[in-house]
Design a protein around this ligand. Structure first.
Ligand code: SF4
Length: 134
């Protein structure tokens, strides 16, 4: 199995009970989130916001994903998740669309986003994909 190495945004693939071999795509900085849950496994939220921004350059994420596939990388899911809330990335819809053009591998988004943010994101997402709570 090809492992995503020396990347800023990709990690894994990691074994997931729900998703199988899940290639993580981390698009928001630690710990940028809409909430500050006391039980969060990532610790205290250091930047609490509802504003969507291009926190990590989209071209950088796509370059890492392209390099992963070029090196023969395989996964059961491409999973937008990680150290911040992925729906806060303003280009999430574009990244999903580009990822789906690169590969037939299904896309998942692990999110705790509130409904208003989900509705705003969903308008730009390209289905089918799997969106599930963390
Ligand atoms: S919404 Fe999720 S990521 Fe954000 S603080 Fe709560 S548990 Fe952590």
């Amino acid at each position: 199995m090809t492992i995503a190495k020396n990347n800023r945004c990709l990690f894994g693939p990691v074994d997931s009970r729900r998703l199988g071999r899940s290639l993580g795509i981390d698009v928001a900085p630690l710990k940028t989130c809409t909430f500050n849950c006391i039980y969060c496994q990532l610790g205290r939220t250091t930047f609490q916001t509802l504003e969507r921004e291009e926190y990590v350059p989209t071209v950088e994420v796509m370059a890492e994903l392209a390099a992963f596939f070029k090196s023969g990388g395989l996964a059961d899911y491409l999973t937008f998740s990680g150290s911040g809330e992925p729906t806060l990335h303003s280009k999430l819809g574009e990244m999903i669309a580009q990822a789906k053009q690169m590969s037939p591998i299904p896309v998942a988004v692990l999110t705790c986003a509130p409904c208003c943010l989900m509705h705003r994101c969903a308008r730009s997402w390209h289905w089918p994909m799997w969106c599930c709570p963390r």
